[in-house]
Design a protein around this ligand. Sequence first.
Ligand code: BG6
Length: 510
Amino acid sequence: MTMAEPAVNPLRTGMRLNRAADPCAVVVFGATGDLTARKLMPALYNLARERLLPGGFSVVGFARRDWTDEQFRAAMKEGVTKFSREPLQEELWESFARGLHYVSGTFDDAQAYAKLAERLAKQDIAHGAAGNRLFYLATPPDAYAMIAQRLGEAQLATPQAGNWTRLVVEKPFGRDLTSARALDQSIGNVFRERYIYRIDHYLGKETVQNIMVFRFGNGIFEPVWNRRYVDNVQVSVAETVGVEGRGGYYEESGALRDMVQNHLMQVLALVAMEPVASFRGDAVRDEKAKVFHAVKAIEDVGRDTVRAQYSAGAIMGAMVPGYREEQGVAPDSHTETYAAIKLEVENWRWSGVPFYLRVGKRLPKRATEVAITFKTAPLQLFRQMGGDNPTPNLLVLRIQPDEGISLRFGAKVPGTRSDVRPVNMDFRYGSSFGVEPPEAYERLLLDAMLGDSTLFTRWDGVEAAWELLTPVLDGWADGASPIKQYEAGSWGPDAARELIERDGREWHRM
Ligand code: BG6
């Protein structure tokens, strides 16, 4: 795998039918916020650079600040200059920026929505957006219901004949089962489910999509992808960063809500789901929903979950403060920055195979991996070097940052004896394809414009994930699995090691 294959543009291929998006206007609520500058605008700019945006494309930023179009464009230029994966090209920026507009208003102000409607109508004429709208909620989640309601009242949620109107909603979708249901109802009063695109940016990552390609685009893995051959599955997300100035948000969230309910559960579903017959319509989301519904309720929160918080320590040689010393965090906070959890998928394929999930901030390195450990050979015929137990085959899907896949197996050590040592077969995206993968938001924004919701989460999946995890949050609130501390720069609390060692297994070393 050393020879570079011809460069391909992953956004032009992929699982989507090759077709162009209709002319449309993207309306970003929360346009002056961090997400817009850091992710959305760079993604749109890069889509423009790749010539993947439709003709007649325009953007309207909506937020409280009293900005003009010019001020909005300048702020967005700064964001793109700083965060785009490709350097900003002046000429391209100029033509892209002509399509950027701004409307100022508070999210509950009905008049501001009337102004927005007027602006959009004008833009339809100026840019030829043809009345198609993509509303993007990049605001704090407590504004979602209000914005949907006001869009409905301003007649902006219902498309004119022949046009479309879609709503993209950022995570978190609710903070537990009850609030998620209430939010679903408020939004559902205005938008039908098929027009709601709930973003989980992990689904936009190339390597996450590749889980499906790896499993269903190859003949040799599926036969062993089950309880007969798999011993356990681990999904791990390690981050070196702390709460990055988002202490206020994070205090209300914690690792379980921030990462497990969405990103990790989505990855688990892709690993565990049954093959689909096509990528059309709801096929993938139907299969994922079946997985969520097959996950067994956690009976003993104290035994099967661990939560912990980082204390001060060193990350790559630099001292960092503990979570409780971060800005916006209560000095006696009980919010978890680390969570580990054991789940079981109770169906014919997976019954008896544990799925271990773990996620943490301020860990020694940044890595997201799925590790599938296989059962060992029924007979131990060869001498294992450096230990009595045979090393099991291990398949690691490296989601990031060193994107690739490796398979560990035993090989004969050269010499006159039959000694065995584990070795790795390794695939790396970088060396095989030689192109920089697009950012998750590029793929997802394009799909939303194309009306392809495969990589967005559907309400039944979101609800099932909350159904499963709300009892964990409730158990924790009642004192089950008391919060532990771990030093920043360590691999988490001892309790997480104990959780898996109790089953005679260990966490895969990342
Ligand atoms: C976000 C979380 O959804 O994902 C952050 O809110 C987290 O807390 C981030 O840092 C991780 O995303 P990525 O793409 O860097 O793995």
